[in-house]
Each structure stands twice: as structure tokens, then as C-alpha cells.
Design a binder for this molecule. Sequence first.
Ligand code: BES
Ligand code: MN
Ligand code: MN
Length: 462
Amino acid sequence: MKSAKPYIEKNKQRFIDELVELLKIPSISADSAYKKNVLNTAEAVKNQLEKAGCDKVEICETPGYPIVYGEKMIDEKLPTILVYGHYDVQPPDPLDLWNSPPFEPVIKKTELHPEGAIFARGSCDDKGQMYMHVKALEYMTQTDQLPCNVKFMIEGEEEVGSSSLEWFVSRNREKLSNDVILISDTGMIAPDTPSITTGLRGLSYVEVEVTGPNRDLHSGLYGGAVANPINILTKMIASLHDDDNHITIPGFYDDVENLSKEERAKMAEAPFNLENYEKSIGINSVYGEKGYSTNERNSIRPTLDVNGIWGGYIGEGAKTVIASSAFAKISMRLVPNQDWRKITELFKNHFESIAPKGVTVKVKPHHGGQAYVTPIDSLGYKAAEKAYEETFGKTPIPQRSGGSIPIVALFEKELNSKTILMGFGLDSDAIHSPNEHFGIWNYLKGIETIPQFYHFFTELSK
Ligand code: BES
Ligand code: MN
Ligand code: MN
């Protein structure tokens, strides 16, 4: 496969402009007010897949948001790559922390992106990274170099748990059959330190409600004599970790995969600067489970975090009140062998059991998914390694990530194929946060590297 560099150089501005157009549509899957925009985004992705050279593109209806499916089959004897990505984005709030509106993309230089980065919700997660694959296909078809078959499956519900994807995949096994799945929805260590994501954590997401009195009460008249749901909720949450920051839910660690000394030593070889890490997010010290390094804490160890907590009076000034109920949203990141349904059950039983008299507790499970680890001796991994060597001039470092893409474990189960996670974002790209951005250099480097994966995967499959 010839280097895509000259083609990219020639079409660079158009590649950026097209992504900018896509980023202008607020495809927020979590908020039904944006339904029309989410559907329009699916339509836009469909059009671009057609333009890039797919022979067959369709919008597949599901119980939720549609899946855009596209394919270019050149020879059934050749391998087939299935590309997965998502066209939905996270809600942009808090809006006032954005330096420019989240759906009006602007390009600005940053310390880590001296060639400029596109600031917009979804620029890195995942429209920008998904679109690299569309442009890589364009390159291969326009220059007559597509070496194998390709299928695209771009969904619109990833950020809310991919609930329709299982439905779709189990009904379309034949249509989606493939030799390897390729996803760009993760990150890499640094522009001069390419890495391939070899692990994702699982997830159990729950919402809890603690209810006390049947109405909000005067905090003077009743204070001290009734259980205050907010006091109780925070106390219950605090008890979920001990002094060493271990999670206290009985049985929580039972199935946790323990890495060998050798594996942990190998992990520790990846370049990491604690001081820069702390500085980059403005903390004076890291914090976490005793006995584990920062990189272990955020990848190979399970966690429990409150994602949101509310109740009572939060308006201007003071209001003396004991709220009738208090709420929290809690995520648990899981590691290989932990079953998310079992963990959800353990959480529910434990949380209900620690509720004191005077309140009632409800636990509402949201969604979840299994963790994933991919071997580094598979054909797909080797092809990816060679692709990076070709375009970065360096062997990529295998690295387990702390994030979750629950559908990856499901793909393995339903489609029986391995997933290769070729991410080009940086941790500092602020995905899910205000001022999300994606480096132009990273975007173009992705477009350059992907065709090489197609090439090496086809070669190694012979
Ligand atoms: N692309 C992310 C996941 C990710 C990012 C993995 C960076 C590794 C590195 C994905 O869109 C995401 O945000 N997933 C959710 C889970 C989902 C069930 C809502 C997550 O990890 O919180
Ligand atoms: Mn994503
Ligand atoms: Mn995301």
C-alpha cells in the first residue's frame, strides 16, 4: 500500500471541512430533544459512506436510534474488516465552561497540538475518529488500492449504553460476519509514542434513591429528629470505600483478574510522568487504591465512582429544609472476569442492606457491559503493529485503557471475532468534558495509518 500522505496533503482542507460539517450537528443521544439531529447525523454519515466508495449503504432501524451500515465487497475470498464507530455524542454541559460553542467547531493551536485541534463536542469521541475510517476508505477506493472487503457499522447510541446494538447484532450475524473488527474510539499515549489499546473496562451503572419523610420538612422544626436523606445517602456512599480505598461491597473482588508480577512490571515500562499527569488535570496529588500505581488504578483495577448527586435546595441564598429524598448516579468500572450483572446485584443487595431505619432505598440499574482484553499475538494485532511502524516509525506500545466500550465483548461473543482498538486521541483531548478537541495531526495520522492496517491484515491473512 502506497503511503496516503500525498493524497492527504492534497485533500487536507476538504477532510477538515467535512468533519467540521459533521460536528455542527448536535447528535446528543441522551437528550430526546435532539432526536431530529441524531437522525440527521445518521443521514449525513450514510451520504459520506456512499461518497467514499461503499457500494451498499443503508440506515437500519432499531428499537432506538438507527445504525448506519455500509459495505464494499470486492471478493469473498479476501478477508473482511468490520469498522465500528458511533455518530452520537455526549451532552455538552456545563455549557458555560466551553471557550467556544460545542457545536460551532473552531480550530486552535494548543501545547500538545501545535498544528491545531478542532474544538467541538464529538471531535475526538467519536465523530473525528470514526470519520478517519471514511476518509481512509475514500483514499483506498480513489487510488484503486482497497485490498480486502470492508463493512461499516456506525451506531447512534454508544454514549447511552448501546442498548439496540445487541438487538441488531444478534439479528444480523451473517450480514456482519467478518475476520476482524476495527475501532477507533480510544486514545494513544502521545504523538511520538503510539500505542494500541488492548483492554477496556466493563461497567455497571446504577442510580440510587434514598427517601425519608413524605415531604420536604423545616430543618429546624424536624431537624435532629428524622433521618435526613442527604446525610444518609452521603454516609452510605462514603462507606463504600475503606481507608485504603478498597471497595467494601462483599464479594466485589471475588472474580477480579489478578495480573502476575511480570505483567505488572511490563505495564510499568510504558512511559508515564506522574508530575505531568497531576499538572494536566490540576490536582496536587493522585488518589486511589492502596498497593497500585496510577496506571494500574485506572486500567486493571475495578472502581466505584459517584457521577452525580442531588437533592434538597441548591438555588440562590439559603433555604432551611430537610429534603424528602436524595439521589445519586454511580458507575462501577469492572475488569476481566467480573460479571456486570452479578456486580450490579451485589451492589443492590449491599446498598439496600446498609440503609438505616428511617429511610427507604431504591437501586435502579441502568446499563452495563463486560470488560475486554485482546491478545497481542493475533493477526489483527500484528497487522496493526506493522501499520503503526509504517506511519509512526515506531512499534506501538500495548496498553490497557480504563474506559468502556461494552459492545466489544459482545462482538466477540456474537460474531466470534477479535477487535483491534486503534485510537488516535490523547487523554488530554477532554472527551466528555468542556472543550473537547481532536488534533488535526492525529486526525490525518489516523487516515494515513488505517489503510496500512488493511494492507498488512490482508497480507498476513494469506
Ligand atoms: N470512546 C469512549 C470510551 C473510551 C474512551 C475508551 C477512551 C477508552 C479510551 C466511549 O464513547 C465511552 O465514553 N464509553 C462510555 C461507556 C458507555 C457505556 C456510556 C464510558 O467509558 O464511560
Ligand atoms: Mn466513544
Ligand atoms: Mn464517549
